[in-house]
Design a protein around this ligand. Structure first.
Ligand SMILES: [Zn+2]
Length: 371
């Protein structure tokens, strides 16, 4: 337990004697650390409310179990077919996880590894959070935000061909005089659905636009002229920046809902989208990067505390671990009485992820740590 909580560096810092004979921060740290560790040594596996073997990955998957299983099945199939090993990456997603504390704000977050696979539901959620933040910022600086949807007439053509055509039409549409004159920029993202009755795919593009008023008829007329057979164009004003940003981000991170599709369709969509961009920016939106992480709100340095599983399990009985879990779930700083003990590790973390996405735990899981 003790070894799991303290690094060699922290131990050596804590053991440095004071030449003046006075108490030093390192010595204080040592005392606090010892008391922290002692309590952990006596931690017993009691009948906690959350499962004893709960890992951080289990915790993250809990709210997307069905999609996770579908993604695993999909990657297993693709790996077997194409001699790849991406399932291993998916299965390793969020398995190296630890708590960190900010040296200034004393807030806590969880840092972990990510597989960054397109169809990983956990990574999609992180991507969504970044895109939502970028998009909301963009909308707030746009004079007249609008939401445009371009669809193609249903077709039995190969999905890959349909997407190529849609992207090509969209490029021409953006370059047409009507849009050049009235549109200042936008964020676009791709989405595909499958009609359960006809079995046909329905690829479409959504665009969040910064543009002046253009009559819907003119937009639809131009789309028909370019596509030759499709005139369905939907345009509406954006009134709620946050709601629209969430909507954009949800689909920009996830071009198709895995759990709604049969396995054969999953493979078709996977192949059709492989190596293809599914969202992008143009005009005045080019200045934002949809891939950029949300910058950290805090100054200060993030310092490693200990592994997620260790703290969460210890938190049933250990007050300091309990304070860490509570701070993580509430976003509130850890109280002063515990801070010194926690900031003993001195493992600076470079480029920490900006913000935890807290998923509501199962009711009762962490109740005992919230009191
Ligand atoms: Zn992942």
């Amino acid at each position: 337990m003790i070894d799991g909580l303290l690094t060699e560096k922290a131990r050596s810092l804590a053991q440095q004697p004071s030449s003046s004979g006075k108490s030093t921060p390192a010595m204080n740290n040592k005392r606090k650390t010892q008391s922290f560790s002692r309590t952990l040594v006596h931690t017993k596996e009691t009948s906690g409310r959350f499962p004893a073997e709960l890992s951080y990955q289990d915790y993250k998957i809990r709210s997307c179990k069905e999609t996770w299983e579908r993604a695993k099945k999909l990657y297993t199939f693709i790996d077997g077919r194409d001699c790849l090993a991406r399932t291993r990456n998916l299965e390793a997603c969020r398995t190296r996880t630890f708590f960190a504390i900010n040296s200034e704000t004393k807030t806590v977050k969880v840092l972990s590894n990510a597989c960054k696979l397109r169809w990983c539901p956990i990574c999609q959620r992180a991507t969504k959070a970044n895109i939502a933040w970028q998009t909301e910022n963009y909308i707030e600086h746009v004079k007249r935000p609008k939401f445009l949807t371009l669809t193609l007439k249903h077709s039995e053509e190969d999905l890959r061909y349909q997407i190529d055509t849609l992207y090509d039409f969209f490029k021409k549409y953006r370059k047409a005089k009507l849009l050049k004159k009235n549109v200042r920029g936008g964020i676009w993202f791709f989405q595909v659905k499958k009609n359960k009755t006809t079995g046909l795919y329905h690829p479409h593009i959504h665009i969040l636009l910064d543009c002046d008023y253009i009559p819907q008829k003119q937009l639809a007329g131009l789309w028909l002229k370019i596509t030759g057979d499709s005139n369905i164009v939907d345009i509406r004003a954006v009134h709620n920046a946050k709601k629209s940003a969430d909507y954009v981000a949800r689909y920009a991170a996830n071009p198709a809902e895995l759990k709604d599709l049969d396995f054969e369709s999953l493979v078709v969509i996977f192949d059709a989208l492989h190596g293809r961009r599914i969202c992008g920016t143009f005009g005045n939106a080019k200045k934002i990067s949809l891939r950029a992480k949300r910058p950290a709100d805090e100054s200060g340095t993030w310092l490693k505390i200990a592994d997620w599983e260790l703290i969460v399990r210890a938190g049933r009985n250990d007050t300091m671990s309990k304070a860490v879990v509570k701070s993580w779930l509430t976003g509130q700083p850890v109280s002063d009485q515990f801070c010194l003990g926690l900031i003993t590790d001195f493992q600076e973390i470079e480029n920490p992820p900006p913000k935890d996405i807290i998923i509501s735990p199962v009711s009762g899981w962490f109740d005992e740590m919230m009191s």
